[in-house]
Design a protein around this ligand. Sequence first.
Ligand SMILES: [Zn+2]
Length: 290
Amino acid sequence: MKDLKNCSQSILENKVREFLSTGKNKFYLHDITRATGLPLHEVEDFFLPLLKENEIEGSLEVRCPKCGIEMGIYTKYPDIPEELYCENCGHSFQKSTDDLEIVLDVKSKFFRVSPKGRLNLVDRKLTSCELNGFLNDSLKEKNPLEKGKKFEYFFENFMAQQDGFTFVDKHCRSRVGEIDYFYRSKHSEHPLWRSYNYVFIECKNWKDKIPSKEISHFIVLLKRKNLFKCCGIYLTISALSPEANTEMEDARKTEKLFVLALEKNTLPKLIEKGLKEYMEGVCDKIVSKS
Ligand SMILES: [Zn+2]
């Protein structure tokens, strides 16, 4: 399984290089799936972590399903109106991923894919009690570097217990414990999973309260990934400052992003319920409030 993944990664890398060498730096995601014969979800898994400002930028092109005319270009999925009307042929239709073309624009001259981060997993099913133990180990740790490692260990093993979530990629950006993860969700029962098939998780092991500028930065990062219907979790072993909370609420309202914070006091509940049930609960609460 693992070798198969690495194999598709190198096929994709080579194909993008090939496109670039012919002077083509803007292409449809479909061109890549067609040219490689790989399943769409593997191609999406490959590109999602690479979407970054000044590296690979993407946009969504809406096409009329009846006449095929281009009806507009959007930078993120929530921006596309739910109801669409084609002025060319008079056809009305509901927004759907089927009528979208994902356009990728490779900005940087040198296309280099960083090797996928490795997960550090215990090779068996873990109990809530054991997961709580890993969490407490990291909370108690005084050395910041060790604390970061232990928190990562807790988080990766917690995620490995969650059915229906597949690891896509991780990036360790710095030694102070700022880590981001991508998981693909295979769930579909709850409306949340029909709107989002990726979860982007930022883990922060700072002791201090999270200031609002951290949350705005997180939202900027998430928006860049939003081409692929990605929701966001900000996981912290501290708590959000009141301003940071407001920042997050605003992003939900004005940017129509699904973002939530998992703070220290919610972690035992998260372990007990599991990510799927926990997130569905938060989603229901947000919907009932609005
Ligand atoms: Zn039309």
